[in-house]
Write a protein that binds this ligand. Structure first.
Ligand code: CA
Ligand code: CA
Length: 615
């Protein structure tokens, strides 16, 4: 499982407003395009009402009140075969000149054709025609044309920015050098020359008369009688940008190889504001997958593919790198994900025990003395596996640290050596293992011994598996698999099936943050011992359960000579037992002379099972 880590990181906003920055440079015309009705376009520039604009139409061709590039820019307008009339500014040719606007092209002109950003009526003298022109040959993409009939060739530029993105566009002409400079998003792009100054007689934003209609969202159109310096252009841009940065991918999604029935969460982190998300699988948008993370639960064979996330805001869209999810067709390997050995080398300090599984953070926390309870002790005298076990006196218990790996298990095995010596709680119940910190839809696991001599495994009321409690040390294992089509739960005692059936857990089991030897922190304390507590992230088979380390880590081996089978083991203190039927808990019998290794028996017909028992 890929852990879900983080979300979006907000950006602090604090700067002079965009309007303040623009007005500081004294534009003649400054159309913010904030209107919500009517056809008059308010001019905040120095010419005031004398240079008020007029929308050609505000019902179909000019759509008011559109979202702009950022909150700092307020509203924008959509020109869809509509335009904005600009009156004669009465200034004569503007020897020093700048025009600035925000533009989000929706389409490009046909090859060889024009869109007019601003076009004076007619085309003579110093009339400005500021166009987008689609070249009929390479380079592809719209070129900007700064056309004035007088003054020689019309400089053309290739800022090369895509459609469907907002950009700040500024063109300046310096009368002292004839330099025409183009800026995009606060930065200088390219330079040409034009030997004539533009003059603003009657003209139109977004069209030339009724032709060359611009197909775009536009906003914040300003005409200046000065050459804006690059730092001023950048200041304007930054005033807008601070309110809405383009999205920035901070962390990329990571693919994985998973198995059917697994869960996987692809997650990213992006920086920016007003971000929108869309996940893609094999370049096709996934319906409803519009968060910064995407969870597949459960994984099926068809979920394999290449995933990527598109992060968007009004400035632009960016894609994450690809994350390849491979769904394995093989059987899922089962891993030991938590293992408490209670051996002496696992003592970290007076309050903590180390998990024997490398990398697992959930050590064991011994009950804090401030709760009036003594810590459990590690008993080396009564160890069942290794050199230590946990002794519980009815006052003590252990708490496992919460571990995400234990909180999203669709299939699992809980296994432990247990010895029930008594009951501290008046209810006559002793909790071996309990999780009580969660609620449906996640399941819980409760393993308890009862004073009447039975023990119970309860999967949060949705499946109860009971059997008589063996005396002395016994091995308890409970497996559960809630994968689709597999609803099996099996309780094993001393390696054989004691109870089994169907448990319909409503969701995935959550067993992190649990207690051993107590129900929660308050009741049902166990008097007894626990050893070799294990969790696996899958349901072990009966054979695998039988193969779990027996007492003292003795290993049973065999060799055959003819029909003679010799069984041998390494540790003392065991006796050899045999059974012809693993399904029968009472079927185990002692092997003759089985108290000492080795033992030689004659092989017969049928199956025969052997085990070592530590009395
Ligand atoms: Ca605006
Ligand atoms: Ca141990």
């Amino acid at each position: 499982m890929v852990p879900l880590l983080m979300g979006t990181i907000p950006v602090q906003v604090s700067a002079a407003s965009y309007e303040t920055e623009v007005l500081a440079d004294s534009p003649l015309v400054y159309y913010r395009l904030e209107e919500s009705q009517g056809t008059a376009v308010l001019n905040l520039g120095t010419l005031g009402a004398a240079a008020e604009g007029t929308y050609s139409d505000t019902t179909t061709d000019v759509l008011l009140g559109k979202d702009s590039a950022s909150a700092a820019l307020g509203k924008a307008v959509r020109l869809d075969f509509g335009s904005i009339r600009v009156p004669d500014l009465g200034q004569g040719p503007l020897d020093q000149f700048s025009i600035e606007l925000w533009i989000n092209r929706q389409s490009d002109p046909a090859p060889g054709a024009f869109f007019a950003i601003y076009a004076g009526d007619g085309f003579s003298g110093n009339t400005l025609h500021f166009n987008l022109k689609e070249p009929s040959a390479t380079p592809a993409g719209p070129q900007l044309e700064f056309a004035i009939p007088a003054g020689g060739a019309h400089p053309q530029f290739f800022p090369m920015w895509p459609t469907n993105e907002w950009h700040q566009l500024v063109v300046t002409r310096d009368g002292t050098t004839s330099a025409v400079r183009v800026y995009l998003d606060g930065r200088f792009v390219s330079e040409g020359t034009k030997g004539a100054a533009p003059e603003f007689l009657d003209g139109t934003i977004g069209a030339w008369g009724s032709t060359r209609n611009l197909d775009a969202l536009i906003d914040e159109v300003a005409i200046y009688p000065v050459v804006l310096a690059e730092d001023r252009i950048a200041a304007h841009f930054n005033a807008a940008k601070l309110a809405l940065d383009p999205p920035e991918i901070v962390s990329q999604p990571v693919g994985a190889t998973v198995f059917p029935g697994d869960h996987i969460t692809l997650t990213t982190a992006a920086r920016g504001q007003a971000l929108g998300y869309q996940w893609f699988k094999d370049s096709v948008a996934i319906a409803g997958a519009t968060s910064y993370s995407y969870t597949i639960d459960p994984v099926t064979a068809t979920d394999g593919g290449t995933y990527a996330l598109q992060v968007s805001n009004l400035v632009r869209s960016v894609m994450t790198t690809n994350a390849v999810v491979t769904v394995s067709g093989g059987a899922k390997p089962i891993s030991l994900i938590s293992h408490l050995t209670f051996d002496t080398d696992t003592v970290v300090n007076t309050t903590e025990l180390r998990n024997a599984v490398a990398g697992r953070a959930n050590g064991v926390f011994l009950q804090a003395p401030s709760f009036g309870r003594a810590a459990p002790t590690l008993s080396t005298a009564d160890a069942k596996v290794g050199d230590g076990a946990m002794a519980l006196d009815g006052n003590t218990f252990l708490q496992l640290f919460d571990d995400a790996a234990l909180n999203n298990l669709q299939a699992y095995t809980f296994a432990a050596w247990v010895k029930v010596d008594g009951f501290d709680d008046p209810s006559g119940v002793a909790s071996i293992f309990s999780y009580d910190g969660d609620a449906p839809p996640n399941g819980k696991l409760q393993v308890s011994a009862y004073a009447d001599g039975h023990l119970s495994v309860n999967t949060y009321g949705d499946g109860v598996f009971e059997a008589p409690t063996p005396t002395g040390w016994f091995h308890l294992a409970f497996t559960h698999d809630s994968s689709p089509g597999v609803t099996n739960a099996v309780l094993y005692l001393n390696g054989v099936v004691a109870a089994q059936g169907t448990a319909n857990l409503p969701g995935n089991l959550a067993i992190g943050g649990t207690t051993l030897g107590s129900f929660g922190w308050a009741t049902r304390r166990l008097i007894g011992s626990l050893d070799d507590v294990r969790f696996y992230d899958g349901a072990l088979t009966a054979a695998a359960i039988a193969a779990l380390p027996p007492a003292g880590s003795a290993t049973l081996g065999f060799s055959r000579s003819g029909n003679q089978l010799t069984l041998s083991w390494t540790a003392a203190g065991y006796k050899l037992q045999q059974s012809a039927d693993l399904g029968s808990p009472s079927g185990w019998t002692d092997v003759a002379n089985g108290g000492t290794s080795p033992v030689t028996v004659a092989a017969g017909t049928g199956n025969k099972f052997y085990r070592l028992l530590k009395p």
